[in-house]
Ligand binder design. Structure first.
Ligand code: HEC
Length: 286
């Protein structure tokens, strides 16, 4: 029995270290790194993070995320606008580069002391599998960061520059405001122009933008259940004042994206190295 568990230990050890992360810049693949390769340039640290659900600390083996970004992209990631995370459950949160410059973050790849690489969620018996990678933040900062800033099951990472076609120019004020809200509250689930999650529909492809009943559409986005009881979409954050104007700017942003004729971001069906969740999943299962 002891020998068996030793073999199992060896197996899980080699498995952990064989896993890889794909890094993109403006949707183009830049590098694929295994934990072993990361370890050659960035030292492994054990970090504690506070789990508000269990009110205890969890310890993970991790890499300093900024050092890892330096390793992959050089200094150019610091001039980028966003970092996005592709998860194996089709969730694609965006986090502004500024946040990474202000706070220390770490890419966890295993729990410390050989326990399972999991965390406990809000509901009592809810255990989340974190494999293969989990983004964690410096101790004490749990409360001032959004939940979406702690993605797990991360399989890919992309930096997006200011010139990326998804981002309006600063002169396009309302659209830029709409973009900021969209990437904070919507893009994790709704893909546009090949970027973002696929839990919800591609909003540019759905007919909603052309909807004649804009007031109802805005009402739906603010509180989906008020329009469709069985909706799986979360309501718009309560803390945002003047929600109608905020949602309206999101719709104007989507309209702006839809109107753009010169597309640098092509649809994933064209054979280019552009990220798509499906393609990544296919690549991973091969
Ligand atoms: C956690 C995932 C999630 C987030 C975040 C999210 N949505 Fe959704 N959304 C969905 C799902 C799932 C649907 C499918 C219909 C339903 O369940 O109501 C949907 C449906 C929609 C629809 C109807 C489109 C159609 O084709 O049926 C619109 C419009 C929409 N979402 C806009 C938004 C906007 C704008 C935001 C950001 C403020 C947002 N969603 C945030 C998951 C999400």
């Amino acid at each position: 029995m002891a020998r068996l568990s030793f073999l199992f230990f060896l197996f899980s050890f080699s498995f952990v270290h064989a896993k890889t992360m794909k890094f993109y810049f403006d949707s183009k693949l830049v590098k694929t790194l295994s934990v072993n390769e990361m370890e050659k340039s960035v030292s492994i640290e054990t970090r504690s993070v506070y789990n508000p659900n269990t009110r205890s600390y969890e310890k993970f083996k991790s890499f300093d995320f900024k050092e890892l970004l330096d390793l992959v992209y050089g200094k150019r990631w610091k001039e980028a606008e966003e970092i996005s995370f592709f998860t194996s459950d089709n969730y694609v949160p965006f986090i502004p580069v500024k946040k990474f410059l202000m706070k220390d973050s770490f890419l966890a790849f295993d729990s410390a002391y050989g326990s399972k690489f999991t965390t406990v969620g809000k509901l009592k018996d809810q255990v989340h599998d974190l494999e293969p990678f989990y983004l964690i933040w410096e101790k004490g900062s749990r409360w001032d960061l959004d939940r979406s800033d702690w993605p797990f099951k991360i399989v890919g990472i992309s930096a997006y520059s200011q010139s990326f076609n998804l981002i309006p120019k600063s002169s396009e004020k309302i659209q830029l405001h709409g973009y900021k809200l969209f990437k904070k509250y919507c893009i994790a689930c709704h893909q546009v122009k090949g970027v973002g999650g696929i839990k919800g529909s591609n909003l540019l492809k759905s007919e909603v933008l052309q909807s004649s009943n804009r007031a109802r559409l805005i009402q739906y986005i603010i509180d989906p259940k008020s329009v469709n009881k069985s909706s799986k979409m979360p309501f718009f954050p309560k803390r945002i004042r003047n929600k109608k104007a905020a949602v309206d700017s999101i719709l104007q942003y989507l309209q702006w994206l839809d109107d753009k004729k010169t597309e640098r971001v092509e649809s994933p069906s064209k054979k280019k190295k552009i990220f798509s969740v499906e393609r990544l999943n296919n690549a991973l299962s091969n």
